[in-house]
Design a protein around this ligand. Structure first.
Ligand code: ADP
Ligand code: MG
Length: 358
């Protein structure tokens, strides 16, 4: 496997906060980053050596970008297949195209997970009203209708609690390929952030417990309130998925846990560093961002243990303006992503507490 030594150049597709924190971690290890993003105001540009402002369909710009770097990676899973293909023609792309293909489409993803022997919620694909009615007959309620592609933070989803809720589904999916999936009556949501290096070494971080508010991640707490057996099982599942994808880099696997039965159902995978792994920056021996750089450059993976009890909270919209509070708290680590407009619900930053009960 090709090792990319410190001092080399790393290309990152996507210029949001994940790209920004990747570039910061890369820089500590002596790498320079080149960010590719169509948005002029990308927060990752602030901390990178080079940037390109161009559309993901601009093949000339993509080739020039890819030729300028020693390895390329991405910070979002909706990188178009053609974009990934062009970059992979000119440089090493890690993770590879398979991870994108699987994670971009909820149906392909669920089929893949089941083929790995990992349990998911029951699901059925539909597009038309007739297919939806047939899917509803099979899956029943409560259930969740979700578009197969481009959903995030609960967008493109509708909960079916009562029979009449079915009538609203086509308004949400608008005839796009979708799935109806059975609702999982879970006790808690967890995620496993796992790294696999180009040489095939695997290291999982301690499992995080996630609380969502309005479909957006609010907090991640480590350790998760789960038994050692469930913690171990969850890591084994994430490792199996990473190996099956021949994955290179950091990925997150979101899971639902039922305390009584101890059953774990995999919800979705994200082929990238993940919001539920931000706690690792100060809360773990190695941050997920550094771990991703180590993995794609084929360096030894870092130790993953937590430094104690850790809580990460997202700062959405105007929450970010409260910096005095966090900066006055000796146990808090305040992160501002450098975005200008604190729109409601927008991820503006986060704060992490290490070894405090707040
Ligand atoms: N089948 C389900 N059963 C129970 N809760 C669900 C189910 N699917 C989604 N949810 C809830 O909605 C959230 C968002 O759904 P998810 O499939 O992760 O979509 P997104 O891509 O928007 O993150 C989940 O984190 C979970 O809280
Ligand atoms: Mg999700």
């Amino acid at each position: 496997m090709t090792q990319i030594k410190p001092g080399s150049k790393i290309g990152i597709l996507g210029g949001g906060q994940l790209g920004r924190m990747l570039a910061m971690a890369a820089s500590q290890l002596g790498y320079r980053c080149h960010i590719f993003c169509p948005d002029v105001r990308s927060p990752a540009f602030h901390v990178a050596a080079d940037f390109t402002i161009a559309e993901y369909g601009n093949e000339d710009a993509l080739r020039e970008f890819a030729e300028s770097v020693d390895v390329a990676t991405y910070e979002f899973e909706n990188v178009p297949a053609r974009t990934a293909e062009i970059v992979a023609q000119e440089t090493i792309l890690r993770p590879g195209a398979k991870a994108l293909e699987v994670s971009q489409d909820r149906l392909v993803e669920k089929d893949f997970l089941n083929s790995c022997g990992v349990k998911t919620a029951p699901y059925k694909a539909f597009e038309t009203q007739e297919q939806l009615d047939a899917a509803y007959k099979e899956i029943g309620r409560p259930s969740v209708a979700k578009t197969r592609r481009f959903g995030y933070d609960g967008k493109g989803q509708l909960m079916i609690k009562a029979r009449k809720d079915i009538d609203g589904v086509m308004d949400v999916t608008k005839g796009a390929p979708s799935i109806l999936e059975g609702f999982v009556n879970f006790d808690r949501e967890i995620s496993v952030v796992v790294a696999r290096s180009a040489s095939g070494d695997v290291a999982a971080f301690p499992v995080g417990e996630n609380v969502h508010t309005n479909h957006i991640l609010d907090t991640t707490t480590v350790p998760a309130q789960i038994s050692e057996v469930i913690e171990a099982k969850a890591k084994v599942m994430a490792t199996r998925i990473a190996n099956a994808l021949e994955y290179v880099g950091v990925m997150a696997v979101e899971m639902f846990v039922s305390d009584g039965s101890g059953e774990i159902v995999v919800n979705e995978i994200a082929p990238r560093v993940h919001n539920s792994g931000h706690w690792t920056i100060e809360g773990a021996a190695t941050s997920q961002f550094e771990q991703h750089i180590r993995a794609i450059c084929d360096l030894p993976l870092g130790p993953t243990e937590a430094r104690g009890k850790v809580v990460m909270k997202n700062l959405l919209g105007k929450d970010i303006l409260d910096f005095e509070t966090y900066l006055s708290d000796p146990k808090a680590y305040y992160h501002h992503y450098g975005k200008q407009d604190p729109r409601d619900g927008r991820k503006m930053g986060h704060v992490t507490w290490v070894n405090t009960d707040e």
